[in-house]
Design a protein. Structure first.
Length: 394
């Protein structure tokens, strides 16, 4: 069986080109490149004729990223998506660069991730408490990304239970968004028939039924959310009830929205574009996770919760690539996700042999390069979580 994790030591541009030459394809790319904060960016020396201005630094950063993103695109499958972590230093430049490499139409989201809930207390100005995740498709029409996840559903939102134990809630069949009305959606404005005593609903009259037209609370005409054929087909999922509105009692029709949707499919909830630390973890949580496995050997890891949420937007057999792997969070999250849901994801992590700072915890622990840190974590993951590890050096 293929191991869940593979680590390749090398410059990611060389590795990406080698992967392409071997026709390797990935469904999900996650990267967390150097943010160009002024002290973490090794490429600043590359600027020719640089005057040291911010502009020169942005140019150098973009010049480093462009060929890597192009090479990443070349190894992405038709259904693939890419998530890129970034902060305010390069967010604007990265967005334009991604538009250039993937096309504006491939933009899916710019998510705000609240990784530092207390906010940065160092230095003047605002206490920045977030960074971004930019999300693009390789091909927006074929992308497998589902912008929803299974585990956010709160069972308490489904207060009703049928005698057979199935939990559900009532949702108005009427479209409550005023943008949809008989003028904008005329085919969805038609009467249905319902019996408020038995609850039965039909698209045609039946004994005991009264005619029900879709109306807003103030009595103005509205439209249904379902077409007439869908109402006929799924009348069992509809219920007619007497409701008290501001204008007195009226008969209305509701959808029975099941906690476990038909076919046993897992219920999913749409993902919003602000992800809170309490949902995905914080940088402090990430440091603690890494400490528990290999020690406090890396300053800015991502929490596995963030990566697990990203993984949850893609199929459970996705082939994942992280070519700025750092401490190996993505590979760790892949193993955790496979254990949790029985998935068969695999992950290729890449990091160069960037030396660790002399005197740092990592150096003192005998980890001479960042690649040594990645390897140490992924070995610990294989031992403690499972899935094995294939190690290569390019
Ligand atoms: C911000 S860190 C990634 C942290 C990671 N997401 C985590 O959770 O630990 C960026 C990493 O990219 C690596 N890196 C920078 N340039 C690289 C290159 N050209 N090839 C491979 N790795 C590179 C650095 O060594 C650093 O570990």
């Amino acid at each position: 069986m293929e191991p869940w994790n593979t680590f390749i030591e090398g410059d990611n541009l060389d590795v990406l080109r080698a992967l392409e030459a071997h026709q390797e394809r990935f469904d999900l790319v996650y990267i967390d490149p150097p943010y160009n904060t002024g002290n973490d960016f090794a490429y600043v020396d590359d600027i020719r004729g640089a005057d040291g201005s911010r502009r020169g630094r942005h140019e150098a950063w973009v010049a480093m990223m462009r060929p890597r993103l192009e090479a990443a695109r070349a190894v992405m499958s038709d259904r693939a998506a890419i998530y890129v972590s970034i902060d305010d230093n390069e967010a604007a430049h990265l967005r334009l660069l991604l538009d250039e490499v993937f096309g504006e139409a491939s933009f899916l989201a710019q998510v705000v991730v609240n990784l530092n809930p207390k906010g940065r207390q160092l230095g003047p100005g605002f206490a920045t408490s977030h960074e971004y995740l930019m999300v693009y498709a390789r091909d927006p029409r074929r992308c497998a990304l589902q912008a929803s996840i299974p585990d956010l559903v709160d069972e308490r939102d489904f207060p009703l239970t049928l005698p057979d134990g199935r939990r559900y809630r009532h949702l108005p069949l009427r479209n409550t968004n005023k943008k949809f009305n008989p003028a904008t959606a005329p085919t969805l404005h038609f009467p249905v028939w319902g019996d408020p005593d038995s609850g039965r609903v039909g698209a045609a009259p039946f004994p005991g039924a009264v005619e029900v037209a879709p109306v807003f609370g103030d009595g103005t005409p509205a439209v249904w959310r379902w077409s007439r054929p869908l109402i006929e087909q799924r009348s069992e999922d509809l219920v007619c009830r007497l409701v008290k509105g501001v204008r007195g009692e009226r008969v209305d029709v509701f959808q029975r929205d099941w906690l476990d949707s038909a076919g046993g499919q897992e219920r999913r909830k749409k993902l919003r574009t602000i992800w809170l630390a309490e949902e995905v973890g914080s940088t402090d949580v990430a440091v603690a996770e890494l400490k528990a496995l290999v020690g406090h050997v890396f300053e800015s890891p991502k929490p596995t919760g963030l990566l697990r949420r990203i993984l949850a937007t893609m199929p459970p057999e996705a082939r994942v690539l992280d070519f700025f792997a750092g401490s190996g969070t993505t590979g760790h999250a892949v193993a955790l996700a496979n254990v949790a849901d029985g998935g068969s994801r695999s992950c290729v992590s890449v990091n160069c042999a960037e030396p660790t700072r002399p005197g740092s915890n990592a150096a003192l622990a005998g980890l001479a390069t960042v690649a040594d840190i990645t390897r140490a974590r992924l070995r610990a993951v294989a031992a403690e979580v499972g899935g094995g590890l294939d190690e290569r050096v390019l």
